[in-house]
Design a protein around this ligand. Structure first.
Ligand SMILES: NC(=O)c1ccc[n+]([C@@H]2O[C@H](COP(=O)([O-])OP(=O)(O)OC[C@H]3O[C@@H](n4cnc5c(N)ncnc54)[C@H](OP(=O)(O)O)[C@@H]3O)[C@@H](O)[C@H]2O)c1
Length: 245
C-alpha cells in the first residue's frame, strides 16, 4: 500500500531535539523512515532522544545555536537535507514597561536570529536539497496576545514573515517553507522555573481556554510529519494553527 506520509529515504534535521516538541518530532520522524540529524545543547538529554530513534544512521550533534562558531561547525558536519524542523526556542515573559535591550537580544537570538542564520548558512553551503521542506515553530500567541509575551510573540511573528518570504524565494527549487503555531503544549518550556510541571489548577484553566485541551508534543509532531512528507508537496508559505483558542 502507498503511504503518502512516509519519510523513507529522507534526511531531516531537527533542532531543539533534546526536549519537548523537538524530541517527539525526532522520534516520530525516525519511525516514519527518515534518517534524523538531532541537535541541542544538553548532551545527556540529546542522548536520551537519540537512544529512542528507530533505525540506523542517525546523527547527534551538540551545538548552541546562538554561538556562531558552533552553528558553523554544525553546518559543516551536516549532510544534504530533505527537511529542517526549527524547534529550538525559549520563552521568558517581560511586561512591556520592563523590557530592556538585553531582553530583546536574548529572546530574538534563539527564536529569530538562530533559525534565520542557520537556514541562510545551509542554503549557501548547498545543504538544502531541491524539494526540501522547511518548518518553523511559531506560536498561537502571534494571533492571540498574552500579558508579558510582547518579545516572544514579536520574535515569532518576525519568523512567520521571514518564512513566507523564504517560501517565495525558494519556490523555483521546489523548496517549501511553512510555520506551525501551536497553542499551549505540555513540555518543559511551560514548566515552572523550579522545573515542576504545570499544576492541576493551572492546567484546568488552560484546558478551558483550548477547546481540545492542552496539547502534547506528539500532537505537534504529527502535524510536522505531514509537512515533511510528500503529502504536503503542494503546501508552502502557510501557517497552521494547532489547538485553536
Ligand atoms: N510548549 C509550548 O507551549 C509551545 C507553544 C508554541 C510554540 N512553541 C515553540 O515550539 C518550540 C519547541 O518548544 P518546546 O515546548 O519543545 O520547548 P522545550 O521543551 O523547552 O525545548 C526547547 C529546545 O530548544 C533548545 N534550545 C534552546 N536554546 C537553544 C540554543 N541557544 N541553542 C540550541 N538549542 C537551544 C533546547 O535545547 P537544550 O535543552 O539542549 O538546551 C531544547 O531542546 C519552540 O520554538 C517554542 O517556542 C512551544
Amino acid at each position: 500500500m502507498i503511504n503518502p506520509f512516509t519519510l523513507s529515504g529522507k534526511t531531516i534535521l531537527v533542532t531543539g531535539a533534546s526536549s519537548g516538541i523537538g524530541k517527539q518530532t525526532a522520534i516520530l520522524v525516525s519511525r516514519a523512515g527518515a534518517t534524523v540529524c538531532t541537535t541541542g545543547r544538553d548532551a545527556e538529554r540529546l542522548q536520551e532522544t537519540f537512544d529512542q530513534l528507530e533505525g540506523n544512521s542517525h546523527r547527534m550533534m551538540i551545538a548552541d545555536l546562538i554561538v556562531e562558531a558552533q552553528m558553523d561547525a554544525l553546518v559543516e558536519e551536516l549532510p544534504a537535507l530533505n527537511g529542517i524542523v526549527h524547534c529550538a526556542g525559549m520563552v521568558n515573559p517581560w511586561p512591556v514597561k520592563f523590557i530592556l535591550q538585553e531582553h530583546i537580544d536574548r529572546i530574538f537570538a534563539i527564536n529569530y536570529h538562530a533559525p534565520v542564520n542557520l537556514t541562510g548558512k545551509l542554503l549557501r553551503k548547498k545543504k538544502v536539497l531541491n524539494h526540501a521542506s522547511l518548518l518553523f515553530l511559531s506560536t498561537i500567541a502571534t494571533r492571540n496576545p498574552y500579558v508579558g509575551g510582547a518579545l516572544y510573540s514579536g520574535a515569532k511573528a518576525a519568523l512567520e514573515a521571514y518564512a513566507k518570504t523564504l517560501a517565495l524565494e525558494l519556490v523555483n527549487k521546489g523548496i517549501r517553507a511553512n510555520c506551525l503555531l501551536p497553542g499551549l503544549v505540555d513540555t518543559p518550556m511551560i514548566a515552572f522555573p523550579s522545573g515542576e510541571a504545570l499544576q492541576e489548577e493551572a492546567l484546568e484553566r488552560y484546558t478551558k481556554r483550548y477547546p481540545l485541551g492542552v496539547g502534547q508534543p506528539e500532537d505537534v509532531a504529527g502535524a510536522i510529519l505531514y509537512f515533511l512528507s510528500d503529502a504536503s508537496k503542494w503546501v508552502t508559505g502557510t501557517t497552521l494553527i494547532l489547538g485553536g483558542e
